[in-house]
Design a protein around this ligand. Structure first.
Ligand SMILES: NC(=O)c1ccc[n+]([C@@H]2O[C@H](COP(=O)([O-])OP(=O)(O)OC[C@H]3O[C@@H](n4cnc5c(N)ncnc54)[C@H](O)[C@@H]3O)[C@@H](O)[C@H]2O)c1
Length: 342
């Protein structure tokens, strides 16, 4: 029998790509869940769902909508803070795997909107854990973030490093998720794998992140804001490489570790940090436009550089990112121009 999978955050950037990949490479029955919040334009979320065969006109709260293109995909608009509805969904669905990608994302927004992070990332994640406890699943894979490394200086960032100095509430909620998952793996033997994503980019990307913000400004002939005077580096990771890793991890259920619990964490990144100025160069030349820049000081909550050590993920599932920054930016720009008719 084919596996039944819940993908939360299915209208989001990584969730959308995950569903797409699972539909094309597995025979899983997939339910996508998302509250379609307005943190960034909902139209983009609806367009992603449309690309998965879910027409916005047919979406109703807490009711499954069947895809018109994929007979193995249904979507449900639901908020993770609605515990009763989530429990009902788990009760009626018997999930084998849960891929939990829904969250209030974004570092900067967390400075002025802390409650959104507590609600979606802490309360919402606890509801996911409780649902997995009541209706046991084979594997819960959830999104953590490179931001948990916070003010750590030693690079590359390794999962063996201590992470107890977050620079934002967003990071603190992601670290909390890892701790909460540890408790549930320990007490209730729920197999959990946390994935610390490193700056994901690509087609259908997030409008609040640098590639989209920059592309929009450059196409409008506006200056882009370059923080820390450009002295930043990010381990930019192409979304297909991320999703490839996510799909491999799901099937490789977390084994019992040396402490006797089915709990583990991985970094998932490109392991090739790119200087922000180099990224801007590649983006500008792919867009074929001159780039105007406003050099700015470092922003609150931000970190200077990120660099993933992914050796454990490589060893566990053969993870090997393939996409160079040139190839990835080219794909992103081609999607961007088509989508926004630039
Ligand atoms: N994109 C990155 O570079 C990156 C880096 C590190 C970690 N992450 C993590 O990966 C995951 C996916 O990120 P993304 O870039 O696709 O973000 P995204 O914002 O595009 O997707 C998240 C989705 O979750 C939904 N959501 C938020 N709160 C919800 C709630 N209470 N109930 C139901 N749905 C809710 C949103 O509507 C959104 O569609 C997130 O957990 C994020 O924190 C992303």
């Amino acid at each position: 029998m084919s596996k039944k999978v819940l993908v939360t955050g299915a209208a989001g950037f990584i969730g959308f790509h995950t569903v797409k990949k699972l539909l094309s490479t597995t025979d899983y029955q997939i339910i996508g869940l998302d509250n379609i919040n307005d943190y960034y334009p909902m139209t983009l979320k609806f367009e992603r769902l449309k690309a998965l065969g879910i027409h916005p006109d047919f979406i109703r709260y807490r009711q499954k909508t069947a895809s018109r293109q994929h007979d193995r995909f249904e979507f449900i608009r639901m908020d993770l803070t609605d515990e009763k509805s989530l429990q009902d969904l788990f009760h009626s669905s018997n999930f084998d795997y849960v891929i939990h990608l829904a969250a209030q994302a974004g570092v900067r927004y967390s400075i002025d909107n802390p409650n959104a992070y507590i609600q979606s990332n802490v309360v919402g994640f606890n509801h996911i854990l409780e649902a997995c406890r009541t209706y046991p699943v084979e594997h819960l894979v959830y999104a953590s973030s490179s931001s948990v490394y916070g003010l750590n200086e030693e690079q590359p960032f390794s999962i063996h490093h201590k992470v107890d100095q977050p620079a934002s509430l967003y990071a603190a909620t992601k670290k909390s998720n890892e701790l909460m998952a540890h408790t549930y793996s320990h007490l209730f033997k729920i197999p959990t794998t946390g994935l610390r994503f490193f700056t994901v980019y690509g087609p259908w990307g997030r409008p609040d992140m640098a590639p989209m913000l920059f592309a929009k400004a450059i196409m409008n002939n506006d200056p882009i804001n370059v923080y820390n005077n450009g002295k930043m580096a990010r381990d930019f990771t192409y979304v297909d490489d991320i999703v490839d890793g996510v799909c491999k991890v799901v099937e490789a259920v977390a084994p019992v570790n040396e402490k006797g619990l089915p709990y583990r964490l991985f970094n998932i990144g490109n392991s090739k940090p790119v200087q922000l100025m180099d990224f801007i160069d590649v983006l500008g030349s792919e867009l074929g436009r001159e780039v105007k820049m406003n050099f700015m000081p470092m922003q609150d909550g931000d970190v200077v550089s990120t660099f993933a050590d992914t050796s454990e993920l490589k060893e566990a599932v053969g993870y090997q990112p393939k996409t160079s920054i040139q190839e990835g930016v080219k794909e992103f720009v081609s999607w961007y121009k088509e989508f926004y008719k630039g």
